[in-house]
Design a protein around this ligand. Structure first.
Ligand SMILES: Nc1ncnc2c1ncn2[C@@H]1O[C@H](COP(=O)(O)OP(=O)(O)OP(=O)(O)O)[C@@H](O)[C@H]1O
Ligand SMILES: [Mg+2]
Length: 296
């Protein structure tokens, strides 16, 4: 007998495929049933159902990434499904080696995946050639890495104008000087990276990331190398770009305090999303658990 074509159960908010899980939360809306990986996604949906019935800004569909080294294969992403919504601040958390940086690199068109699809505003990026990928990357994304990745022989100002030169845009010296001033870096514009502190290097890297006015900012542990006060300032700037300038912000982090400030937390394990991945909720619950049920 032919098997019935069963609709997959996809979490409308985070994109996780829940078909294999029993007893996931459900919500009936306008005659349809929606499924959720946990309470946080369900609550987000219920607050604004229309938002989560449109197309996500970034959509990963069954993305696999397999590294081949010698004769050995490492399956880093194993059919990853994930949604990122326009204007969200998303924190990606998870153990070391779970595929967080790999995912960010795939989304930001810095590396290619083995199979599956990634859609950016419904456009399938796996169909793009190298030139189209480069153009889309420099137009769409600003990157901030843990290691800053500034070019050592260029000054701070030269590092930040590089994306403009690559994309053939006019370098507006006055605007750049103003942006350095806003970052408190006026005195450092002509310094090379080795003459800058970690925080100054990361602020320079942030200016470089913003040079092309990208709509999406991708940060891979952007505060990981900084002391907590300096890291806090960088984080404040990043969150300001999200809240004030409406940039979509995706940060990979090990810092639970950063994750707790995000609109959406996506926790990874072994190249998958985990069920109910909202840490903030989990903290609140565990606080209650410790006070009320510790010796139950
Ligand atoms: N170029 C590569 N060749 C082979 N294996 C790789 C390569 N890049 C990453 N890996 C492997 O893929 C896995 C996931 O790496 P990834 O850098 O995405 O992890 P992560 O979640 O960012 O970890 P961390 O928190 O330590 O930064 C790791 O086991 C890593 O060894
Ligand atoms: Mg990483």
């Amino acid at each position: 007998m032919p098997t019935k074509n069963v609709q997959p159960k996809i979490d409308s908010v985070c994109g996780m495929d829940l078909s294999e899980y029993a007893d996931v939360p459900e919500f009936a809306h306008n005659g349809n049933t929606f499924y959720f990986c946990g309470t946080h996604c369900e609550e987000r949906f219920q607050k604004d159902p229309d938002r989560f019935q449109g197309e996500p800004l970034i959509k990963l569909n069954k993305v696999w990434k397999v590294f081949k080294l010698g004769g050995a294969e490492t399956q880093v992403l194993r059919g990853l499904d994930m949604h990122i919504w326009e204007g969200d601040f998303v924190a990606i958390i998870g153990p070391s080696g779970s595929g967080k940086s790999t995912t960010l690199n795939m989304v930001g068109l810095l590396d290619r995946f083995t199979s599956g699809n990634i859609f950016l505003r419904s456009n399938d990026i796996s169909l793009l050639n190298d030139d189209a990928r480069t153009e889309l990357r420099s137009k769409t994304f600003g990157f901030v890495f843990q290691q800053y990745n500034l070019i050592p022989w260029l000054t701070a100002i030269e590092n930040t104008t590089l994306p403009l030169i690559f994309s053939g845009k006019k370098v507006d010296k006055e605007a750049i000087a103003t942006s350095f001033e806003k970052m408190g870096l006026t005195e450092r514009m002509t310094h090379r990276p080795f003459e800058l502190s970690g925080g100054e290097q990361q602020r320079t890297a942030l200016l470089r990331a913003l040079a092309n006015d990208p709509e999406i900012i991708l940060g891979d542990e952007p505060t990981g190398n900084l002391d907590s006060a300096t890291g806090g300032k960088i984080l404040e700037m990043l969150i300001g770009l999200n809240k004030i300038h409406k940039k979509t912000l995706v940060i990979v982090t090990h810092d639970e305090d950063i994750a707790a400030q995000a609109d959406q937390v996506i926790a990874f394990k072994d190249g998958h999303l985990t069920l109910d991945h909202q840490v903030r909720k989990r903290f609140i619950k565990s606080d209650e658990d410790t006070s009320q049920h510790k010796h139950a």
